[in-house]
Design a protein around this ligand. Structure first.
Ligand SMILES: *Cc1c(COP(=O)(O)O)cnc(C)c1O
Length: 480
């Protein structure tokens, strides 16, 4: 901390100037998180900046607005609640906090049941796809739950419901399905999962439930695909999380989790605060937080309504289609995202020997200001390197055209670059391993002190000694 104070104008200018070197949020196509809101809402956010959300006694109206948001979301997800009943749910800082809470509820519920049956309750697990977002790994580690991941494969990048049900055992606290895979935006088949799991439950006598991680898709599917059955219409779906700051169209800092009914949220996890004479149940990890994001979410619901959200999502889909078709026309890419799903375009170089070019393309586009990440798919499709463009409300047709022309320019430059030998590898960070190799000249596993590299020889002239491992700029985790 500096010894002396400086004038406020100087402090402002110094920080303002330094921040110019950050990327431009509007051109950050790596992120689902909202980067534009209407000035009227910006105004409300500023007005609420000094309100601590946790002071419910002092700010009862803010609490009321959060409760209304929970109710609207529960109805949007078809929770079985009457008009007179209040839905069970809570506003959080984002889907990560929402997921910690939902996971804890499953763990507690499972433990209570096991205790009552006199069975061991110290080895809980969750079954998910390997395409799961990193916050589930965080949940697993922080709250001591084993994460059992269903591997993906080339051409099929989401959780296979049949394989997921096969992995369930008596210690499984829930299966998590993802509505809008982070990697390619694809919706997992929750309906099929529900049916297969229901059969499994009947056969085994367990009652394994489902959680839907609808962080990105929860505000897309209800507007664009109301016929798609993925939510509380399925009896085994007990809780759903959604990020208000993704397609909920609010700036970073708001998420939601809703439960099917009171029975699905164990009472011992709820804290009851008495506010203005009424009982306000709370269930969050943090105590203090801002109120602005909750108010901004309420603004969006009130201002846009179902119609407004539907229009925005349709527009995003249209921009995504335009981008997908433009990329397809270059002839260089395979499109990895689906036409139905989150409005994003994920694509990989067609040529298997040019997968590594994705990182170079990402870098080349950065020179034009675009932030577009390249990353490897999860196990067992890690040899596929994709680029992902998230289409948000503020990424209009003009910008799509501009991006396409920059991609074409960059492609011309990259084609002249020397070919990169292809190597497929997974970095498995397990400290304590030693350098050794196995396999023959056609493939095997190379064990490094902090990593295992699976390698495969593609062509006779490329021997493994010449293979350079392209680790630079890789980003597989923390993609949000
Ligand atoms: C973004 C995302 C998360 C994490 O959500 P935050 O709101 O960023 O905390 C979790 N799961 C999925 C599928 C996501 O897309």
């Amino acid at each position: 901390m500096p010894e002396r104070s400086i004038p406020k104008e100087a402090a402002y200018q110094i920080i303002h100037d330094e921040l110019l070197l950050d990327g431009n949020p509007r051109l950050n196509l790596a992120s689902f998180v909202t980067t534009w809101m209407e000035p009227e809402c910006d105004q409300l956010i500023l007005e609420a900046m000094n309100k601590n959300y946790v002071d419910m006694d002092e700010y009862p109206i803010t609490t009321e607005l959060q409760n209304r948001c929970v109710n609207m979301i529960a109805h949007l997800f078809n929770a079985p609640v009457d008009e007179a009943e209040t839905a069970v749910g809570v506003g959080t800082v984002g889907s990560s906090e929402a997921i910690m809470l939902a996971g804890l509820a499953f763990k507690k519920r499972w433990q209570n049941k096991r205790k009552a049956e006199g069975k061991p309750y110290d080895k809980p697990n969750i079954v998910t796809g390997a395409n799961v977002q990193v916050c589930w790994e965080k949940f697993a580690r922080y709250f001591e739950v084993e994460l059992k991941e269903v591997k993906v494969r080339e051409g099929y990048y989401v959780m296979d419901p049949a394989k997921a049900v096969e992995m369930v055992d008596e210690n499984t606290i829930c299966i998590t399905a993802i509505l809008g895979s982070t990697y390619n935006g694809e919706f997992e088949d929750v309906k099929l999962l529900n049916n297969l799991l229901d059969q499994n439950n009947k056969r085994t006598g367990w009652d394994t439930p489902i959680h839907v991680d609808a962080a990105s898709g929860g505000f897309v599917a209800p507007f664009l695909s109301p016929e798609l059955v993925w939510d509380f219409r399925l009896p085994l779906v007990k809780s759903i999380n959604v990020s208000g700051h993704k397609y909920g169209l609010v700036y970073a800092g708001v998420g939601w989790v809703v439960w099917r009914s009171k029975e699905d949220l164990p009472e011992e996890l709820i804290f009851h605060i008495n506010y203005v004479g009424a009982d306000q149940p709370t269930f969050t990890l943090n105590f203090s937080k801002g109120s602005s994001q909750i108010i901004a979410q309420y603004y969006q619901f009130l201002r846009m309504g179902f119609e407004g959200y539907k229009n925005v999502m349709q527009n995003c889909m249209e921009s995504a289609r335009q981008l997908r078709e433009g990329l397809d026309r270059t002839g260089s890419f395979n499109i990895i995202s689906k036409e139905k799903g989150i409005p994003l375009v994920a694509f990989a170089f067609k040529d298997k020997n040019k997968q590594g070019l994705a990182y170079k393309l990402s870098k080349a586009l950065r020179h034009h200001g675009w932030i577009i990440p390249a990353y490897n798919m999860p196990p067992n499709a890690e040899h596929v390197t994709i680029l992902r463009v998230v289409v948000r409300e503020d990424f209009g047709r003009q910008l799509v055209e501009k991006l396409l022309s920059h991609v074409k320019n960059a492609l011309n430059e990259l084609v002249d670059a020397p070919a990169i030998p292809r190597i497929t590898f997974t970095i498995d960070v397990k400290p304590g391993k030693f350098i050794k190799g196995d396999g023959d000249e056609h493939g095997g596993v190379l064990h490094l002190p902090r990593a295992s590299v699976y390698w495969k020889q593609e062509k006779p002239e490329i021997v493994h000694k010449e293979i350079s491992i392209l680790m630079e700029d890789q980003k597989t985790k923390g993609v949000c």
